[in-house]
Every structure is written in structure tokens, then in C-alpha cells.
Design a protein around this ligand. Sequence first.
Ligand code: CP3
Length: 345
Amino acid sequence: MRSQPADSVFIRACRRQAVPYTPVWYMRQAGRSLPEYRKVREGVPMLTACATPELVVEITMQPIRRYGVDAAIFFSDIVVPLKAIGVDLDIKPGVGPVVETPIRSRADLAVLRPLEPDDVPYVAESVRALVAELGGTPLIGFAGAPFTLASYLIEGGPSKNHDRTKAMMYGEPELWHALMERLSEITLAFLRVQVEAGAAAVQLFDSWVGAVAPDDYREFVLPHTSRIFAGLADLDVPRIHFGVGTGELLGLLGEAGADVVGVDWRVPLDEAAVRVGAGKALQGNLDPAVLLAPWEVVERRARDVLTRGRVAEGHVFNLGHGVLPATDPDQLARLTDLVHEASAR
Ligand code: CP3
């Protein structure tokens, strides 16, 4: 009998069950560090690629073939559901998401209508095709969390300090919460489409929420992320929550309802386990820049991550953020083997 994603090492680790070795996958494992990715993307805009099931399947599979990782991450982008409901935005190479008309007032909210499954037929189609092709390897669905999406929508593009975002959060809390409610419903609907089509786990990326202090997180962000995680509970898939620079927020990310808390490279995993508390698994957390150093350095650092990760009730090895474009794919292939061998029990 073919093994099922639910029995896979990755899903078992997320559920804090016994595993024969520590599972591993990499954020941004598909993408610009792979020559085969650059080849299939030649002349195809990012958002076109995301809406073309043939390309989504091929690009999602590329790192599986090359690295032997324990999970696939769906090839898409956090702005795909916003584009699908008609927000005028694009992804500019080397820049990121750029929004034509930023959201700054109550009237601007009108563009954020609810997402229906029919808005993203190519997502369900791609997920179904991938689940068939992956066999027992689990597929991770994902979405951007409301704070990170709000930042792109309010700023109009990538931002260092999220000034306008915080200005709305502090200065116009009612508008802020109305925006966050709409984004939460869109995000929840987008994640449900992926799980109902066969994704075995989900990751909610709140990449930029580390800009917010803990008390403000509790007041302005947590009610919305909690609503998303609660809205997924009946689907019974592990829920991973990740953000960058969230050392002070790790406990709250778990409290919001995640089963697995993603940790960047700034907090060692044994310390993160204390901050997150009982009943959660951890994911992380090798600094992606370490992969640019000689292999001996990668090996030493990766072994340290594994040792510290043993303190957690469950550990999924990953980087502390996405694979950097300059990374040599051979380093990642070697790292995958090392994680499997060094953690075997
Ligand atoms: O392999 C994977 O992880 C799956 C694919 C994936 C992409 N984006 C593909 C992508 C995932 C999970 C994302 C999520 C995403 N998108 C996040 C959260 C994760 C994180 O990195 O914190 C964020 C903040 C975005 C917004 C975004 N989209 C940025 C900042 C960029 C980079 C812009 C650039 O070119 O430097 C994108 C574009 C993007 N998303 C690319 C890819 C492969 C590059 C586009 C290209 O190759 O032309």
C-alpha cells in the first residue's frame, strides 16, 4: 500500500509524535537558486506562473526531485488571493509585490471582497495534480497572514519600517480591525481551498509581524490570526505559523492557535521551546546565510540546530527564513542528507 501523507515523518513531527529521523524542508526551496526554475520561468511573469497548473506542478516538484526533502511547499505567492479578487497589483522582479492603489481609507476597503473557491480554480487544480504526483510526500499549503498582507496593501509595496501600516493600526484602530477582518476571511478561504484539494498541512506566513511589540500584537493582530487558525480546526491538518524577527512574539504565535511555531535564526531552538511552552512543535532555524559558507561550517551549525531542537516536543528542520538566491543547490542537497543521517534514532 502506498504511504499516506498523514503517516509521513513530517506530519508526525508536526503532531509531536515519535519519528525515525528529523524531517526537513526549506522555505523558498523552489525558486531562484535553482537553474531548472530559472529555465521554466524564462519570459513568464510570476503571477502568470502561479495561475498555470502545469508550471505550478513542475516548479513545486523541482526541489523534491533534487533534495529529497520531506515536504513540498505549494508554488504560489502570498498576494495570489488578493490578485484573484481584483486588487490591482503585480510582483516586480527583485522588488516584490507592488500595489497600484494602496488602501488608506474605509472606501478603499471595498476592493477586498470575500474570496470564493471559483476565484482560484487553478489553485485547487494544481493542488490535486500535485497530491497525485507526490505520492506519500505531504504538500504544505500556505497563505500570507493579515498583518503582512496589510503592510503591502497600505504601503503600496515592500517597506522597511511599516510606517503607514502602524499609523493606521495606532491612529485608526476601527479601520485597522475592519481591514484585518476582511484579510482574515480571504486568507482563511484561500487556505481552505488548498486543504480541501488535498494539502496535508498549512503554513501561515506573517513575515513582517516582528515589527510589532507583544502588547500590540495581542491587541491588533492576535484576534485575527486566531480566527484563521480556529477556522481551520475542523480540517485536522497541522497549522504552522512563521514570522521573521519574532523572538518576543513566539509565545503569542503559539497562543494564536498554531500547532507548529516557526523560528528564525535569532533565537536558539532550546530557548524558543521555553518561550513557546508545552504542546507545540518547532520549525527552524539555520540562518540561510550559513549556506553561503564552506560545508564544514554548514555541518557544524546544522548539528547544533538538531541538538537544540531535541528540547522541543517536535522538530521540523528548516532555515530561519527563505533560501537566498545565491545558494548553491548542492549545499542544500548535502544538508538534507546530513539532517536525516545525524538525527536518525
Ligand atoms: O518555495 C517556496 O517557498 C514556495 C513559493 C513561495 C513564493 N513566495 C514564491 C516566490 C512562497 C511560500 C512565497 C511567500 C511569500 N511571498 C512571502 C512569505 C515568505 C517570506 O519570504 O517571508 C512574502 C513576504 C512574499 C512576497 C514576495 N513575493 C516577495 C518579498 C518576493 C521577492 C521579490 C524578489 O524578486 O526579490 C516575491 C516574489 C516571489 N515569490 C518569487 C518567488 C519564487 C520570486 C519571483 C521570481 O522568481 O521572479
